[in-house]
Write a protein that binds this ligand. Structure first.
Ligand code: CP3
Length: 353
C-alpha cells in the first residue's frame, strides 16, 4: 500500500503531535457542490451514485479537489445496511429516505436477520476504488450508523419528528427493540470490518438520533450497542491503528460515558464548549467538531472568528480534529467552506508549536 502523504488526521485522532489542526466536514461531498449535482444527474439518482464504485469515487474526491481537506469520507449512506437487511430503501424526491417495509410488528422483527455482506459488496468496492484514486493523499474514513439511529429509520419507515413508533416500542415492548438493535449491531460490526479490510483507515459511527433518548434510555438503547460494535472491530492493519470515532448528536451531557466505550475520538455537535469537553474526557479520547454548520451562512470574517474561538477553546496540543457539529447544509456557499478550511489551517499552527 502507498505511504500516506498527509497523516495529520490519523495522528490527531491518536493525540500524537501535529503541525496544525486537521479538518474535514461531515457531508463534505454533497449538494452544496455544483459538481456533485452534475454527477448525480449523470448517475440518475443518489443510490445510483452509491452503487457505482466509479461515481462514488468521483464524488468522494470532489471536495478534495476544491479544498485542502485532511481526510476523505466514503461516499455512501448509513441506510445501506437496513436496505441489505431487506427493508427496501428508496429516496422519494424532496422527501428524504424511506423504507418499503417497516419493523413494527412482532412477526417482522422475529424474521429479521443479520445483513448479508454480499449485498453490500458495492460499498467495499467503492472503498477499494477510492483508496486507489487517493493514492495516499489523505486517509479514507469508512462509516456506519449506530444501531439506535438505524432502528429509528427501520421502525418509523423514514425520518421522523417525534419517533412515535420507536418510543412506543422502547417503553411498551423493550425486548423487541433490543432484538432489532442486537441484529443491527452484529450487522454493523461485520460491515465496518469489511470496510476496514477493503481499505478504510478510520471509521466513524453516526448516532444522529441518540440525543433524542432519555438519560437512562441512551445508555441502554444506544451507547451499549456502540460499545459492543467497537469491541468487535479490527483496530490495527499493517501495524497502523485504525481509529474509531463515535458521534452522538445531542450527546454533550453524556461525554464521560461516551468517552468510556473504547473509541479513540468522540464527536461533538456545536452545543458543547470544547474546552470544558476536553477537561471532562481527559486523556481518554480525542475530540472532533464543533463548528455550528449554520455558521457557514455568516461572512468569511465571521467564519474565521468562529474557527478562532473554537481553536482557542480547545487550546494547545494535539487531539482535536476540526469538523462541523453536523452535516454541511445544501445551501452553504462552497467559498465559505473554503474560508473555514483555510482559517483552521492558518490559525491552528500557533497551538502546535
Ligand atoms: O459525509 C459524507 O460526505 C459522506 C456521505 C454521507 C451521506 N450520508 C451522503 C448523503 C454520510 C456520512 C451520510 C450519513 C447519514 N445518512 C446520516 C448520519 C449523519 C447525519 O447527517 O445525521 C443520516 C441520518 C443519513 C440518512 C439520510 N441520507 C438522510 C436523512 C438523507 C436525506 C437528507 C438530506 O440531507 O438530503 C440522506 C440522503 C443523503 N445522504 C444525501 C447525501 C449527499 C443527499 C442525497 C441527494 O443527493 O439528494
Amino acid at each position: 500500500m502507498t505511504q500516506l502523504k498527509n497523516d495529520t488526521f490519523l495522528r490527531a485522532l491518536l493525540k500524537q503531535p501535529v503541525d496544525y489542526t486537521p479538518i474535514w466536514m461531515m457531508r463534505q461531498a454533497g449538494r452544496y457542490l455544483p459538481e456533485y449535482r452534475a454527477t448525480r444527474a449523470k448517475a440518475g439518482s443518489f443510490m445510483g451514485l452509491c452503487t457505482s464504485p466509479d461515481y462514488a469515487t468521483e464524488v468522494t474526491l470532489q471536495p478534495l479537489e476544491r479544498f485542502p481537506l485532511d481526510a476523505a469520507i466514503l461516499f455512501s449512506d448509513i441506510l445501506t445496511v437496513p436496505d441489505a437487511m431487506g427493508l427496501g430503501l428508496y429516496f422519494a424526491e424532496g422527501e428524504g429516505p424511506k423504507f418499503e417495509r417497516t419493523l413494527r410488528d412482532e412477526a417482522a422483527i422475529q424474521a429479521l436477520e443479520v445483513a448479508p455482506l454480499e449485498k453490500l459488496q458495492y460499498v467495499f468496492d467503492a472503498v477499494s476504488s477510492i483508496r486507489r484514486a487517493l493514492d495516499g493523499r489523505v486517509p479514507l474514513i469508512g462509516f456506519s450508523g449506530s444501531p439506535f439511529t438505524l432502528a429509528c429509520y427501520m421502525i418509523e419507515g423514514g425520518g421522523s419528528a417525534d419517533f412515535r413508533h420507536v418510543k412506543a416500542m422502547l417503553y411498551a415492548r423493550p425486548e423487541l427493540l433490543h432484538r432489532i438493535l442486537q441484529i443491527t449491531a452484529q450487522s454493523v460490526t461485520a460491515y465496518l470490518n469489511a470496510q476496514i479490510a477493503a481499505g478504510a483507515q478510520a471509521v466513524q459511527i453516526f448516532d444522529t438520533w441518540g440525543g433524542a433518548l432519555s438519560h437512562a434510555a441512551y445508555r441502554e438503547f444506544s451507547l451499549a450497542y456502540m460499545q459492543q460494535i467497537i469491541a468487535g472491530l479490527t483496530r490495527e492493519v499493517d501495524g497502523r491503528r485504525v481509529p474509531v470515532i463515535v458521534f452522538t448528536k445531542g450527546g454533550g451531557q453524556w461525554l464521560e460515558a461516551i468517552a468510556g466505550i473504547g473509541a479513540d475520538c468522540v464527536g461533538l455537535d456545536w452545543t458543547t464548549d470544547i474546552g470544558l469537553a476536553r477537561v471532562r474526557v481527559g486523556e481518554q479520547v480525542a475530540l472532533q467538531g464543533n463548528f455550528d454548520p449554520n455558521a457557514l451562512f455568516g461572512s468569511p470574517a465571521s467564519i474565521e472568528a468562529e474557527a478562532a474561538r473554537i481553536l482557542a477553546a480547545y487550546g494547545h496540543g494535539s487531539g482535536h480534529v476540526f469538523n462541523l457539529g453536523h452535516g454541511i447544509s445544501q445551501f452553504a456557499d462552497p467559498a465559505h467552506a473554503g474560508a473555514l478550511v483555510d482559517a483552521v489551517h492558518r490559525l491552528s499552527r500557533q497551538y502546535h508549536l
